[in-house]
Ligand binder design. Sequence first.
Ligand code: M6R
Length: 595
Amino acid sequence: MCGIFGIITLKPRAIGRDLVAGGKRLSYRGYDSVGCAVISDGKIDLRKDTGKVDEVSKKLNFSEMHGDRGVMQLRWATFGAPSKTNSQPHLDCNGDMVGAHNGNIVNTPQLREQFIREGHKVRSTNDGEICIHAVEKYYDKGYSMVESIRKAYEDLRGDYAFIIFNNKEKKLYAVKKGSGLLIGVGRNEMYCSSDLPSLLPLTKKIIFIKDGEIASLSPKEAKLFRITDGKEIEAKVVKYGENQEYAKKGGYEHFMLKEINEQPVVAEDLVELLDDSKYVDKFLDVVKESNKVFLVGCGSSYHACLLGSYYFGNIAKKTVIPAVAPQFISQYGHTIDDKTCIVLVSQSGETKDVINAMEYAKGKTGRILGVMNVIGSTLMNSSKVYLPLAAGYEVSVPATKTFLNQCVMFLYLAKRMRGESCEDMKKVPSLIKETINSVDDACRKVAAYLERWKELYSLGYGSTYSIAKEAALKIKEITYSHCEGMYSSEFKHGPLSAVRRGYPVLFISSPKDVDVMVSHINEVTCRGGRAIAVAEKSDSIVRNANELVQLPHSGNYISPILATIPAQLIAYYMSIGREINPDFPRNLSKTITVD
Ligand code: M6R
């Protein structure tokens, strides 16, 4: 994860104090090491060490640091072990430039070797340092800072954001590509941070930087440049107090759309967290040593349990039973003993039906595990071992990024339990991003067609059954149309009678199940129904379905996760087409704390 916080002021002052305060507000993002760099009289004062923000800033007296521009970084280690050398910020070769990043530079090993060959003084194995040398390389050739960052952007692969400045120009530069970064506009000061809440105590005037934009900050002015052509673009200031909703939505029309677009980043954060967590093995040890395992949840969380059960069965070869929380006690209560493991799955950690199941199970087994998003929630506190979803705050009532991260979590856990490498999980965030970008037009088109219909079906098979159910729930929740999610092979056992000319049926398929899905598609199309497939491209799908929302190539296990995105976007576009606010659908609440 990591967090960065920068300040530039008109007159030199003890900015260390504000950097520490800003850093503390980002402390949830990293606690392996902390560092602070400020420029005073043209000299860079850099202090850093391993440890948490409170300890390190006290030990190294960050609050006394004086200057007119500076940056603080909190590190969650990925490239390079947590150590003083790998701590950020980093200097360039001569100590004239300094900066810090958050995110991952995935081609760090190659660039590191290249920079060493080119004679750079590379001091650490951390990817943050690579960003500095990547900019320095061009700056030393005479390019401006903005041009140097643009050129570095072409060399750096991965999702990241960084802040960088030098001892010659009174400027702070920042760039965003896939990781959070916002600007706060103060009185004769500018701030730059990884998240919004950390800026709000200093200013309510916010500029949202988009991916592929560079910010050039001086104390009185913020300029934005587009990476693609270097052109200056408008730096729109949003007054948080006056238009709080817009500011909180990060420039998106609705929280739901913002949260859908956050999915690549939160998935990446989750995979990183799981890679580093000692709790994964503890969690899986309990699962392995149990005779019976239940995944218990409600709504979207239950749908993630369905997919989790598929992953555990197919990948880890462990039978895991998905259970809707309110049904759990009546159906399985009598079977629970001290060798039974219950995994509580919930975004909020406060859903009453799940709490009831937990309370019941607590008297019979100590093996209670948790997968939750809200830290400190009731269910998290009641779990022997819990794994956080790391999806950040989800405002919109429809679960999006938390559902997706539940699915990513279960795939990761099943692979780890099987003893398989989880290396390929690292490509999931970029596949999610690719899907968001590539399916948007098709989803708008499908939504426009579906808008005319008051009811439809959403069918899945094998792994995609869970996603078909989730698609149906999303559509019901925010479009007020009925949509039933079911097994595609069950459709012919009754519901097929609904099909007439143009009747819409969504078919969500993984590559593995295309053949069987094509049979089910034909049962609908030969009766005049309209088959809308969500799948990877294949000849038989293209030939047999009326329409295809095409997923990127990813394979059988990742494909259902990617199929979630069209499900969300189709529901979203249907909802706004009907002038419904998808963030707050009627009659519903984000957290259901009643039976
Ligand atoms: O907080 P939880 O995950 O326990 O909530 C469970 C359901 O209420 C929730 O998933 C609900 O179905 C969503 N709003 C659906 O989008």
